[in-house]
Unconditional design. Structure first.
Length: 243
């Protein structure tokens, strides 16, 4: 399996354990998608919002929650939401990249720094670990018995790098550089593939294996960060342990 596939599978297994947190993060994704789309709340003309709504469906987010988030996107209370990233090192030299969505940068900086410090890590400066990750996009589509080789050849022209089959989920996962997101989305939609989920990931270019005890320490930091209301996603260079 490709590196992107392995990290994607591990993160999904952990991330979807607490659905209430997933809903809160999807809520912010909706707000940011509409804000960055110039206030457009029609998914037919806002590609990022369309992708977020697919993720809401995959997470079984109630329709009422989705509609409230769309309505809230035009409220004055959400006008200050910004996407802010943080970089640093966790225990045992593991690089950590954090994506947040916040309306109070001072609060978020203080909280993220506290999480690093309490876990024996250290918050770094912008660019200190970003170079250790490739920014990728992914699409999960329904597997209808597709020929993987044919599909790969079909999608390679629009940027696909990895096309993997996830037998457990009955899906095919397509990974590509994040610049290819729009082209891949258009291609998959126009060809009639059913997109279950999509998004952006940061995949480490190199990883570090740790002992079980060390893994537990790093996971403590990751759990603290992911439990923060402002944090949308956490990426790291620890070797994935998928059973």
């Amino acid at each position: 399996m490709g590196r992107a596939f392995e990290f994607r599978k591990e993160r999904k297994m952990k991330r979807w354990a607490a659905m209430s947190k997933i809903f809160a993060r999807l809520n912010k994704d909706i707000i940011l998608a509409i804000k960055e789309g110039g206030g457009i709340s029609d998914p037919d003309t806002n590609a990022r919002l369309r992708a977020v709504l697919q993720n809401c469906k995959a997470a079984n987010m109630p329709k009422d929650n989705v509609e409230r988030a769309i309505k809230k996107a035009t409220d004055k209370d959400t006008s200050d939401y910004k996407e802010v990233t943080f970089e640093g090192y966790g225990p045992h030299g593991i690089a950590v990249y954090v994506e947040t969505a916040t309306d109070n940068n001072n609060r978020t900086v203080a909280n993220v720094r506290s999480h690093f410090n309490r876990s024996g890590g250290q918050l770094g400066t912008t660019g200190s670990v970003e170079f250790m990750f490739n920014r990728m996009c992914f699409f999960n589509i329904v597997d209808t018995g597709l020929d993987l080789d044919d599909l790969t050849l079909e999608l390679i022209d629009v940027g696909a790098e990895e096309v993997e089959r996830d037998d457990e989920a009955n899906q095919i996962i397509i990974s590509a550089p994040f610049e290819s997101f729009g082209g891949l989305q258009s291609k998959l939609e126009s060809d009639g593939y059913e997109i279950v989920e999509s998004g952006l990931e940061r995949v480490p270019t190199t990883t570090k294996a740790l002992s079980p005890e060390q893994v537990e320490e790093v996971e403590g930091l990751i759990e603290r960060l992911e439990g923060d209301e402002d944090v949308q996603a956490v990426f790291h260079t620890m070797e994935p342990a998928i059973g």
